[in-house]
Every structure is written in C-alpha cells, then in structure tokens.
Design a binder for this molecule. Structure first.
Ligand code: SF4
Length: 467
C-alpha cells in the first residue's frame, strides 16, 4: 500500500468527564492513522460550544493552551484525510454551526453517495454552503427540519442521505452517535467511570484506560445526555456491508472491530496467502508497516523465516521538501531502505497488503533487486483492486487502478518481480468469516452494496470541488 491509498477519518467523543477535551486529544492521538491532514475538537460547557481545528497532525494542532480553551464535560474530535472536499481548513472537522435551536457540531467518517444531488436541491432553495464537504449537507438538512428534538431532526435528515456514515453530533446538552444501516465503518462504545465514550476503533479506549463496552450497531443511534444513554434503531434495516479493507489495511492491528481483532484477521490472511501462493524463497520480508501482520502469517504457513529486510523511517514529516532533481530524487527511498546484507544473494518473498497504482511497488522491487536479491516473489494479502471506493476511502479513479486494466502477469512484469500472487476473493471471505454476506468487497468485485446512477460514482470523487 505504502501511501498509494489515502486513509479516511477517525472520530472520538466523550460525554460526562471534567477533562473531556484532554481525553479527546488522547483518543485522536490513537486514531491518527485514520487521517493526518487535519484535526479538531469541539467541547461543550452546557452553555456554549468551543471549537478548535487546524491543518496538521494531532500533536501539531493541539497545545496545552489550546486544550485549556476547550472547557466542559463533553467533547467530540475528528482526524481527517479528505475523501470528498478539498484539503483545507474550512473542510476540517468537527464542523460547527449556530442555528435557530442553538449550537451544533458534527464529525463524520464516511462518504455520502447522493450528497451532490441534495446539495443542488438545498442551494436551489437558498442554502449557502461554507465548505466543500459532503458532511455539510447533513447540517443543512437538520437546520431545515421542522422536528422539535435534535434527535428527530437528525433522523429526518439522515433518512434523506445515502452512503457511508459514522457520525458524532454535539450540542450544548447532548452527544449523539449514529452508524449507517450498512455499517461500512466501525464505531465503538466505551466507558470510563461515569463517562461515556465513542470512537472509530477500540485502540483509542486502550490509550486512556477506558473499558470497551460494545460496538454501535449498523443503523443504531445512541443519544447520551444527563438522563444517561438511550439507543434507537430509526432506519429501515438492510444487510450489513462492513468495509473489508478495515481488516486488510485501515484499522490498527490492536483494535477490535466487526467482532474480531484486526491483527488476528490480518495474520490469517497471510496464512491463507501462504496456502494459495507458496514461494521458493529463503526469507519473507514485509513491506513496513502495512505488510507486517500478513507476513507473519505467511512465514508461519510456508515455514520460510521472516526477516526485517526493509526498514522504514518513521520520522518523515508531511513537510519533507524534496530537493531539486539535480541534487537527487529520493522517491520511496526517503521512507524505505533495504538491509542489503540480509537480501544479497537471496530469494525473497515480499508481502504487502495491496497494490493500488503499482508505482510504489515497482520502486520497492527495484530497490530490493538493487540490494542484491536473486529472486523476488511478491505476495499480496488481498485480491486485485479493480474498482474505486465511494464509501469513505480516498481511492484513485478506476483508470488509475492497475488491476482494472492489467492482468496479474502484466502487473508482475511492470513491478519487475519474478512471480506475483494475490489472495483469492474466496480466501479473503474465508478469513473474515464471511458466511452471511456481511462485508463489502466492492473494490475487488465492483458489486457496490448501494446503487447509484451510472457515472455518478466517478463524479462523486470530485463532488464538492471548489465552485
Ligand atoms: S469499496 Fe472497498 S474500501 Fe470501499 S467500503 Fe467497500 S471494501 Fe471498503
């Protein structure tokens, strides 16, 4: 994967804790892998909402002084990687508005597939949008609703939207969490003493020493206020479509989502890959960090020792300035370096989680070959990606996905490996325990669980480009 496919977003919320903003800051820290472009927190002191958001990593955006300016016993936070809407401050979240009923903040993980149609309608009736995010559509629908309660307004609004959403809302009095009926993205509920917590993944609870209670279910709405926690299922139920890529790549290995530990599933993918595509190799090397768990499983199954043949520099910031071409072009070398003494003269099986455009894979294989590898056998712990995602993952257009137009043998030649083996779709299904149709595999099969008009999908990716 290695940076070819952007991540999406992470959510964290606290209700009923005197240090709510500090807890949210820590929770976002644990969820940083879900989005590195911007971070934000909105807190409520029961009278007003207080907000701070900025571009950058959680550690760059928040200082002690900033957190002191976020008082109150409830907070919601967001880390973002843009999926719909340009990457700039006005598109960072949580998004806060003041409307006739008071203040309201919203944080969203997902992507709305009918947002452009709704936006056109809203603008025709006079709505003025402040951002280019699909999420803002929900705010406008809520503001226009005639329902009395905030929860009813949210339900009315969400009945009009389609697509993937995990949402956190914060008003002066309550926090509301909603997961879409398909359950594309994970959302979990936790407790810390009397406080309620909501997060995209359980790793956020581990960091702050909170207890994981349960997953928020597809189609469930959880309202938390001074009366406690109330759960509702206001939407028409549909078959779940959990994003299988959360298991393959997006979620942190130490998290528990969709009823399973992510590391355990990822390791099993490697075992299955070893059964399907054993290799004549001396060592197995993972592509750091995304290939680690699958490589452990692959090495275990094939009895080939796993070695750390590629080292990753974890300290390359987003602001690294590539020197002029005349000095040198770093490319992938700024992040990865082979251990030449380990690789020289060996047959290596390189395990990664996926191939998107294949440009990075090609550079890595050339690097390994230059380090002296005799043979390179690439093993991928997911099937070929042939279709883009419209449910909250930042994917390239279909034409840029190499497997959409090239055979496995052509890809093998392009990335300059000796052999290339992908996990089969059947193998993937077996590993995630698919027996009742509860996962989305659309990026491998094109079988999108939500139908949208032809061509709309491609347009969706540029949905709210600056107008
Ligand atoms: S299309 Fe792929 S990345 Fe998108 S939700 Fe489905 S499985 Fe996940």
């Amino acid at each position: 994967m290695n940076g070819e496919w952007g991540e999406h977003c992470g959510l964290f919320g606290v209700y009923g804790h005197p240090e709510s903003a500090n807890l949210t800051y820590l929770g976002l820290y644990a969820l940083q892998h879900r989005g590195q472009e911007s971070a934000g927190i909105v807190s409520s002191d029961s009278q007003d909402l207080h907000s701070y958001r900025n571009m950058g990593l959680v550690s760059e955006v928040f200082t002690g002084d900033v957190l002191k300016r976020l008082p109150g016993r409830s907070s919601i936070g967001h880390v973002r990687y843009s999926t719909a809407g340009a990457s700039d401050l006005k598109n960072s979240q949580p998004f806060t508005v003041h409307y006739a009923r008071g203040g309201l903040a919203i944080a969203h993980n997902g992507n709305l597939t009918n947002a452009h149609m709704l936006r056109d309608e809203l603008e025709a009736y006079g709505s003025i949008f402040q951002s280019t995010m699909d999420t803002e559509t929900i705010i406008h629908l809520i503001a226009r609703s005639h329902e009395h309660d905030l929860a009813d307004r949210i339900i009315r609004a969400l009945k009009q939207v389609e697509g993937a959403y995990c949402l956190l809302f914060l008003s002066e009095e309550e926090m509301i969490a909603v997961r879409d009926p398909h359950g594309f993205r994970p959302l979990v509920l936790g407790r810390q003493k009397n406080a309620y917590l909501v997060a995209s993944e359980t790793c956020a609870f581990d960091l702050i020493g909170a207890e994981f209670e349960r997953e928020i279910e597809p189609g469930e709405m959880v309202i938390i206020n001074e009366d406690g926690l109330h759960s509702f299922y206001p939407f028409i139920p549909v078959s779940p479509s959990h994003c299988v890529f959360e298991f393959i790549y997006f979620a942190r290995p130490d998290s528990f989502i969709f009823g399973r530990n992510v590391y355990g599933v990822r390791r099993e993918l490697g075992v299955q890959l070893g059964r399907e595509h054993p290799a004549e190799a001396d060592i197995v090397i993972p592509t750091p960090d995304s290939g680690f768990s699958a490589a452990i499983g692959y090495g275990h199954e094939t009895k080939i020792p796993m070695e750390l043949g590629l080292m990753r520099n974890h300290y390359v910031g987003r602001t690294f300035i590539e020197p002029k071409q005349s000095i040198r072009h770093f490319g992938v070398k700024i992040k990865l370096n082979p251990v030449k003494e380990l690789i020289r003269g060996k047959g290596v099986a390189v395990v990664d989680d996926s191939i998107v455009r294949a440009t990075t894979s090609r550079k890595i294989m050339k690097m390994i070959r230059k380090a002296g590898a005799e043979q390179i056998h690439v093993r991928i712990s997911s099937p070929p990606i042939t279709h883009p995602c419209f449910f909250g993952i930042d994917t390239p257009m279909r034409s840029e996905l190499i497997a959409s137009s090239h055979s496995i043998e052509e890809i093998n030649r392009y990335i300059t490996s000796d052999t290339l083996g992908y996990l089969s779709l059947e193998g993937l299904k077996r590993c995630v325990g698919e027996d009742n149709g509860s996962f989305c595999y659309a990026c491998f099969s094109g079988g999108y669980p939500i139908k949208f008009p032809p061509r709309m999908g491609e347009a969706q990716l540029q949905l709210f480009e600056e107008r």
